[in-house]
Design a protein. Structure first.
Length: 216
């Protein structure tokens, strides 16, 4: 039986691992808002259970079994996000925290009925793919908006699940499937001027890096 605490760690490692195969202890601790010492203690337990591997001075990675467990809780999390947004009408900046509470108490039976009720959605409200019941997941090739050059057009695929970012971008109507065009890029790592519909907005590099897009 996998506890909610273990699921929480495995999901965090999986989420961070989307950026690279190995996750540092410091990054894991920051993601979970805990100390590196606390993260290290749990890592030792997960290694003994063969859910992750750990290389000193490098970091942690999910084993095959750890990845299966992580994808299970990720699927439930993203289904709940979709339910909370589409059915209950919560803002897309609110659903992540609420789904974190629900994901650990969801049985396979409820998961299946939830998916069927929602029409088996492919993504969560933030654009991240929903794993299949078999633990399969497909990641679209994307680029950070911050990498685009003047004149390039793109479709927003997903946005980092940070409430403040989601709230701000929601006000600007920058969501998955929104078309954007980079009009100009200031030199020396300066901000981007981006056209969204009939409006123009200036995005700092840090914000633009949290928006993943596919080129048109």
């Amino acid at each position: 039986m996998i506890s909610a605490s273990v699921e929480h760690y495995l999901k965090a490692i999986y989420d961070l691992g989307e950026e690279g195969p190995v996750v540092s202890l410091s990054a894991l601790a920051e993601e979970l808002s805990i100390s590196v010492v606390s993260a290290n203690e749990m890592v030792k337990k997960l290694v003994r259970r063969e859910l992750i591997t750990y290389e000193p001075y490098k970091g942690v990675a999910l084993t095959t079994e750890g990845r299966v467990q992580a994808l299970t809780v990720t699927r439930r999390h993203r289904l709940w996000e979709r339910f909370l947004a589409d059915v209950l009408g919560l803002g897309w900046d609110q659903v992540h925290a609420e789904a974190c509470r629900l994901e650990h108490e969801t049985s396979a039976l409820v998961e299946e009925h939830l998916a069927r009720f929602l029409g088996r959605p492919k993504t969560c409200p933030h654009g991240y793919p929903v794993p299949t019941p078999e633990g399969e997941i497909t990641h679209e090739v994307t680029f950070p908006l911050s990498d685009l050059e003047p004149g390039q057009r793109a479709i927003v695929v997903r946005v980092r699940e940070v409430p403040e970012i989601l709230q701000y971008l929601g006000e600007l109507k920058v969501k998955p499937e929104t078309e954007v065009k980079v009009e100009s890029v200031a030199p020396f790592e300066g901000p981007l001027t981006v056209q969204v519909g009939g409006s123009r907005h200036v995005f700092g590099r840090r914000l633009a890096s949290q928006i993943r897009v596919r080129l048109l």
